[in-house]
Structure formats: C-alpha cells, structure tokens
Ligand binder design. Sequence first.
Ligand code: AMP
Length: 221
Amino acid sequence: MKCTRLVLIGPPGSGKGTQATRICARYDIPWISTGDILRAAVKAHTPLGIQVQMLLSAGELVGDDLMIDLVRERLAHEDTARGFVLDGFPRTLVQAEALDQMVGGKPLLALVLEVPEAELERRLTSRRICTRCKTLTTSNSLYGSEEELCSKCGAVLITRDDDNIVTIRARLENYRRLTAPLIDYYQQRNWVARIDGTRPPDEVTRNIARVIDERMDLRDC
Ligand code: AMP
C-alpha cells in the first residue's frame, strides 16, 4: 500500500489551508488542521476551547504537550492509514520529534510554502473566511465595513479574530523563531520540497502535486 504523509510548513497567510484542501481531494487523504480543530473547540466552548482561547486571540502558540496529545489522538483514526496532510503541525522542534515517533520514524514530505513577509501581511489583513463553508477569500472592501458574502454558498464572510495587524506580527515572529527551524530539521533527512507560494493558487497546486508524484519513494506505508 502507498502512503502520502505530508506536512505543510509555511508562515500564516502562505496558502497552507487553500492548498491542503486541494491536495487532500487529489490524493484522497484527510486534512488535519490543528488551527481549525482549536477554533472549533473555542466556538463550542469545550474545556479545550476555554483553555486555548486567549492564546489563539493573541497569536501565541498553544503548549506542545496539549498539541501533541491532540494530534496523536487524531492520527489514531483509521482514515489516516493511507496518509494525511498536516496543516499547522508541527510548529516546534518538540512537536516534530513527537510526530516522528507517532509515525514510527517513517518518511514524511515537508512542503514549505515560501512567501515574503510584506505579501503575507497584505494577504492576512484582507483575508475573509466564510461562516458556513469555511472557504477563504480576499476582501475587495476598502474599509471592511459593508457586509460581504461568500461567492460559493452566499453566507456571510468574516475576518478571523487573529487576522489583525498586532496578532499577525506576533504569529509571523513565532513562525520565524519556532517553526522555520523545522525546515533544517527535515532537510537533514532530505524530506523538504520548497514551493514558491507567490504563484497563483492553481499553479502552486500543480507544483505541489508534481513534487509529491516525483517522490513516490516517500509513499511506502
Ligand atoms: P493556524 O490556523 O494554523 O494559523 O493556527 C491558529 C492558531 O492556533 C495559532 O496561532 C496557534 O495559537 C494555534 N495553533 C495551531 N496549531 C498549533 C500548533 N501546532 N502548536 C501550537 N499552537 C498551534
């Protein structure tokens, strides 16, 4: 059996969510977004949600132990038997080491989405998310005052709580300091593919798919 174990690494706004949904559909593997799992917990006021709410709205990282337990539990589900796309995990070296253990040291492919910081700030401040189907779009509204609707399902678009300039800068700083070193960690095993995230989304998807298909050796379960 072939497996596609993918880790998406990239700063906030680099297109991880958009690309993850497309890759999952293409390879028929589940999309595991730790940010989405945490946001859903906050919305539902679960004990986990209450615990992490402040960290999320400040753009700070949730503790490693909690995140590792959460992902270990998720990866135990049967739907990950043929692989997965991890979006937003690992974000620290401790998490990366824990993930290696979870998959029994089997190879992963770390897809690194590269986008310059000025472009990330521009994207994040104009980013909107659909309240119903969760599609991400870029706002055309200059002032963000008028109600905007999702082009796919017609529901109201909102700005994510943590997409404000203060929180965005904290998240970018955390990425630089804690997550970017993971690129070297995976590079040491030759498990890294760098992708130009400034290209149009369809082109980025094509480039990612090409890399995955070229590296079939990484796909044995
Ligand atoms: P994201 O949607 O991936 O940008 O994640 C949103 C927020 O969830 C982050 O700013 C963190 O507060 C938290 N978060 C998501 N994944 C992780 C993780 N692997 N480790 C720590 N915090 C995380």
